[in-house]
Design a protein. Sequence first.
Length: 65
Amino acid sequence: MATQPADALLTPAEVAALFRVNPKTVTRWARAGKISAIRTLGGHRRFRASEIKRALDQMEREASY
């Protein structure tokens, strides 16, 4: 993820690959408010790379306890 600028927008599939989960799980997290999504004009969800990185870092910290 270091190759992408912090304000890049990621698709649910890209976020799912980073978290190693199904893209449907990412959509569920967005609906539940665990991560925030931006809606495109076509109604698709996109996620800010900076926020996803922060969420990944937080999960890694919680897992290390």
